[in-house]
Every structure is written in C-alpha cells, then in structure tokens.
Ligand binder design. Structure first.
Ligand code: SF4
Length: 427
C-alpha cells in the first residue's frame, strides 16, 4: 500500500516541525484502541508529570471515547515545561499517540487511494517552512500502514457522491477533483475570480443530468465546462452588493463556527456540567449576535478588537500576491488531499464540500478584516491571511457543529448567495 500525495501539493508545500507545541497546547488528542494502556504501562508518569489523571472520557474521540487529559489552560498533561513531549523524550516518537505522530498530515481513504493532505493550523505548514514534502513520503507511508486495518482493501475505498443521489466511480471522482484543482491553481485570474469560477462550475454541475452522461464523455464535459467558464469569468465585472439580511445571518453563523479558537474544544471538555451549560448558552448568544450587520463584535476569541460589526462590512482593499499564494496553497491542499468531502469532511458530497470550501474562504476574507482591525489597520497584510487560514482550518472538518443538519440547511440556503458573498467579503 502506498499513500498518494497530489503532485500539485508536492510542488507547493513544505513542512518541518518548529517544536512550537501549538497543537499540544490546544487540540483534544483522541486515542486509538490500546494506546491508553500502552502509554500507562511505559512508566510511573506521576513522578514525571506530577498529575494523577492521564486520560479523559470524551465523545469527541470516536471509537475509544478516550483522549489525553489536559491542564486547565488546554495544555496536554504530557507537555513538559520546556515545550517538549515527555512521552517522546523518554520513549521516542513511536511511543506517542498515533494522532500526534501523524500531525500535521491528514490521511483520507477516498476513491481507491490514501490521499495525503496537510493541516494549516500548524504554523510551519501555513508559513510553508521546512523540508520539501517528498522528504516526508516514507514517514507518512509508514504511518498510513498503522491506520489501515489489516484486510482493508485500499483500492475499494469509496468515493463521495457527486451530489445527492449521484454516485461517482473512482475515475469520475478523479476527473472532477482534477477540474477543481485546475481552477484553483490557475494563474489566469486572481483568487476571488477563481472562487467565482468554481461557484459557476458547480452551478452547471448541478444542472447536468449525469445519468445520461457516459464515462467517455464525463471528463470531456468537465473540461468544456471548466474551460468555457473562464472566458465568462474574465469578462465579469466585480459588483459589490451588500448581502441580504437573511444571508448575512446565515454567513454570520458560519463566521462564528469557523472562528472558534483552537483551545475551545479542549477547554469545554475540562469544564464541569453547569459551567459547560453556561458556556453553551453564551456561545448561542454570540452566534446570534454574529448574524447581524451591526452591534458589538462578540469576543469569540479573547483578543478580538472592540468594534462594531459594521466596521467589518466595508472593503479592506485587495490582497497581495503573497496572500493570494497562501490562500491558493490552502485550497490546493484541501482539494488534493480530498479534505473537503467524504470521510474527512462530514461525508459531504463533492458539490456540497466544494461549496463549503468556498464559504470557508469567504470566512477567511472576513477574519482577515478582524485581524487587521486588531492592529488598527484598514488594509490587509500577510499576517491577516496567516491568522485567518490557521483559524478556519482548525475548525473545518473538525467542528461537530459544522457537520450537523443546521449546517447543511445553511449551505443549501447560501448557495444562491455565493456570488454576492465572495464579492463582499473577499475583495
Ligand atoms: S502526547 Fe506529546 S505530542 Fe501528543 S499532544 Fe501530548 S505533549 Fe503533544
């Protein structure tokens, strides 16, 4: 078995651990079968860590319902004072939980392949620092062998549906993913226009009666659509229209869900029952406020600026080439690693997953403004983009709320408003 890293990801991406331990101070690390027992037996941890509880029970760890315990501030109990992992220090990399060894790589068994993606909530990935990706191939491939249960036939890994009720063969899925990749990595037009291109492409995909399209015509039809739409996009004038009140309400809820700070899940889990209920009520209130054009910006993250939501509705100007490149690399990694639909993305169909990705980028556009305002700027710079991408990436595909029924209804409603939202928040 071999993992598959999309050539475009290999060309564009680098990674090298900065030992920042950001993930160790924020994420909830769910354990696999037998990992808790293995770690427990390694040594008398109390004498090293000074804590009694090494693990917690949580519904967030899907199979075992067990995760690494956290300190009150969200730090993993195994993280030493010098920012190094005590399991790694005493017993080597391979003794650590699988999730820690794999991070920041993401594996998705889709369409007969184990696809490799990257997490952009890792600072090294986001800033593209470290070794070229081909250097990591062997390590990731070895890890993948542990992930795949014996007897599992990778060649049989299923494909997500194209859209509700339309199944895809591996060949068709590949053709579709490649069309998306071509659109997103094209240097013919800037990013906001590529988002519009993608949006239009999806609109057409929605209209085709796929049952009547034979295998030999499938890829050709995609090529025709994707190529034909570019000319239309190039000529299209950018018109900024304010979103409707209802669309603003819906996108505001998505802004809220994709803006959750990294420690959020871990800290919620550390709270007692009553505190957790109070936090949930507070969150519901914040989410409601985020759906408005006006009113104070809720403190979804403690360091957000004190300002009125209205201040975030105006354009902060265009983005630089460097910012465009980061946003593009992010999209390439999501698409190439198939981290926008299927098993790693709430089992979304390809069309719904791609629309979610567009809404993620719209949210990044809005978050860049929040970050710029924090520094009293009314124009954007690369730090704003790094902040926005790291924030949304920690939630997209990981936030439970984004996989629920309400999220699908929001997505359904907003599909007719994507053009306005891209123009309003991404330009
Ligand atoms: S076990 Fe080690 S690597 Fe994993 S989160 Fe804890 S400190 Fe970090």
């Amino acid at each position: 078995m071999k993992v598959d890293i999309h050539p475009e990801i290999i060309v564009q991406s680098r990674y090298g651990c900065l030992q920042c331990a950001k993930g160790c101070r924020s994420f909830m690390v769910g354990l696999r079968e037998g990992e808790a027992e293995h770690i427990e037996k390694l040594q008398d941890w109390k004498s090293v860590l000074g804590v009694d509880g090494l693990f917690i029970r949580t519904s967030m760890a899907h199979k075992t319902k067990t995760a690494l315990a956290k300190h009150e501030d969200g730090r993993c109990v195994f993280l030493g004072q010098d920012n190094l992992c005590e399991i790694h220090r005493h017993h080597g990399l391979q003794a650590k939980p699988f999730a820690c060894q794999l991070y920041p790589f993401v594996l998705s068994p889709v369409g007969g392949k184990i696809r490799v993606g990257l997490r952009f909530d890792c600072p090294a990935v986001c800033k593209n620092e470290g070794r070229v990706l081909s250097d990591h191939y062997k390590g990731v491939n070895d890890l993948a062998k542990h992930l795949i249960p014996s007897g599992y036939k990778v060649e049989k890994a299923p494909c997500p549906d194209l859209k509700s009720g339309v199944k895809l063969s591996s060949q068709r899925f590949e053709a579709f993913n490649e069309s998306l990749m071509k659109i997103v990595s094209s240097n013919a037009v800037p990013l906001w226009q590529r988002l519009q291109w993608m949006r239009k492409f999806l609109e057409h995909i929605d209209q085709v009666k796929w049952k009547n399209v034979g295998d030999e015509d499938f890829a050709e039809l995609l090529n025709l659509l994707e190529g034909g739409l570019l000319a239309e996009i190039v000529q299209q004038q950018q018109k900024r229209h304010q979103p409707t009140v209802r669309a603003r309400k819906m996108i505001g809820q998505i802004f809220f869900l994709l803006s959750q700070p990294p420690q959020h899940q871990a800290l919620m889990n550390n709270q007692g029952y009553f505190k957790r209920i109070a936090s949930r009520l507070d969150q519901a209130k914040q989410m409601k406020l985020m759906g408005n054009f006006n009113g104070p910006l809720p403190k979804v993250q403690p360091d957000w600026p004190v300002c009125d939501l209205q201040a975030l509705e105006k354009s902060f100007g265009s983005i630089t080439k460097e910012m465009d490149e980061l946003l593009t690399r992010y999209m390439i990694c999501r698409i190439g690693g198939v981290n926008y639909c299927g098993p790693n993305f709430y089992q979304y169909s390809v069309v719904n997953g791609t629309r979610s990705l567009i809404l993620g980028l719209v949210t990044a556009g809005w978050l860049m403004r929040v970050h710029a305002l924090k520094s009293n700027r009314d124009s954007l710079n690369i730090d704003d983009t790094v902040y926005a991408i790291m924030t949304i990436d920690g939630n997209m595909g990981y936030s439970k709320a984004l996989g629920m029924g309400a999220a699908k209804l929001r997505l359904d409603y907003l599909r007719g408003h994507l053009e306005t939202l891209i123009n309003w928040y991404c330009t």
